[in-house]
Design a protein around this ligand. Structure first.
Ligand SMILES: Cc1cc2nc3c(=O)[nH]c(=O)nc-3n(C[C@H](O)[C@H](O)[C@H](O)COP(=O)(O)O)c2cc1C
Length: 261
């Protein structure tokens, strides 16, 4: 039997970064596999592992849609498997871990440990780039991740450890409501598009195709607003604003506008 599986969904890379920190920290101590849910399908056998780590980004106060859909679609495991669940978030995680824990427990994946990590805000950095706080991870994030994961692999707890209810989660209801009722459009500034295909290749939902002129066309029904396409465009040709391009993104923080194009 294999020992540990680290399974995550990451829109832009923060949740992946945390997963990779965990992987490097535990690979010398036990057998560990690391996978994004984009690499597997619902027939993947989770019961071959002794313990599971599940990670997701926070999107409008909920676990990211691909992670929710995955957990809803898989079969319930015959035997309970202890899990460590984590969420990365840009501002504060409030009750996202409770929702995540409920989805896991329904499938006999039993959260015995949980944690949240404040990372760069993949939405905030686009909407309010002047606030530097949105571009940074919390201090000493690597050490916190290492400490948490080591605790999980050493401990032999088997009891469900549900994250506490946080009353201030109520403050996030407007945010949740926006996420449920609005779908932000992503605009293409054609003049700057080099047809490099990065947005098409990176989209986790296969929501971007190239039109007959070679420009990316986004299927809004499939788009989950993870903004991976915007952050991966080297020319900053994709934007949340119709008339304005973003000045910095997470992958291309130092890139200047390529206005001469
Ligand atoms: C559409 C969208 C909605 C978000 N909603 C929240 C939120 O409600 N609360 C929060 O703290 N962070 C929120 N974030 C920030 C992300 O949770 C955070 O940046 C996370 O680390 C992204 O991880 P990833 O790079 O693995 O996708 C949101 C990001 C996006 C793109």
């Amino acid at each position: 039997m294999k020992q540990i599986l680290i399974l995550y969904f990451s829109g832009v890379g923060n949740t992946k970064y945390v997963a990779e920190c965990m992987y490097s920290s535990i690979k010398k101590q036990c057998t560990v596999d690391i996978k994004s849910i984009e690499e597997i399908d619902i027939s993947f056998d989770l019961s071959q592992y002794n313990k599971i780590v599940l990670g997701t980004s926070t999107i409008h106060s909920e676990p990211a849609k691909p992670m929710k859909d995955f957990l809803k679609a898989i079969n319930r495991l015959e035997k309970p498997v202890p899990a460590f669940i984590y969420a990365t978030y840009g501002l504060y995680p409030e009750n996202v871990l409770r929702v995540f824990a409920d989805l896991c427990i329904a499938k006999n994946i039993v959260p015995v440990c949980y944690s949240g990590y404040r990372c760069s805000a993949t939405d905030g950095i686009l909407l309010v780039p002047a606030i530097n706080f949105f571009a940074k991870n919390e201090k000493n994030i690597n050490k916190k991740v290492e400490r948490d994961i080591n605790e999980f692999i050493k401990e032999d707890k088997a009891d469900f450890n549900k994250p506490e209810y946080k009353w201030y989660g109520l403050l996030n209801y407007p945010n949740k409501w926006i996420g449920q009722h609005f779908h932000f459009k992503i605009y293409l500034h054609k003049k700057y598009c080099a047809g490099c295909n990065k947005c098409v290749v990176h989209c986790p939902m296969g929501a971007i195709k190239r039109d007959h002129l070679g420009y990316p066309a986004i299927d809004r029904q499939k788009c989950i607003n993870c903004y991976r396409c915007i952050h991966n465009c080297p020319y900053m040709a994709l934007s949340l604003f119709r008339k304005k391009r973003h000045k910095k993104t997470i992958k291309y923080k130092k890139q200047r506008f390529l206005d001469e194009r």
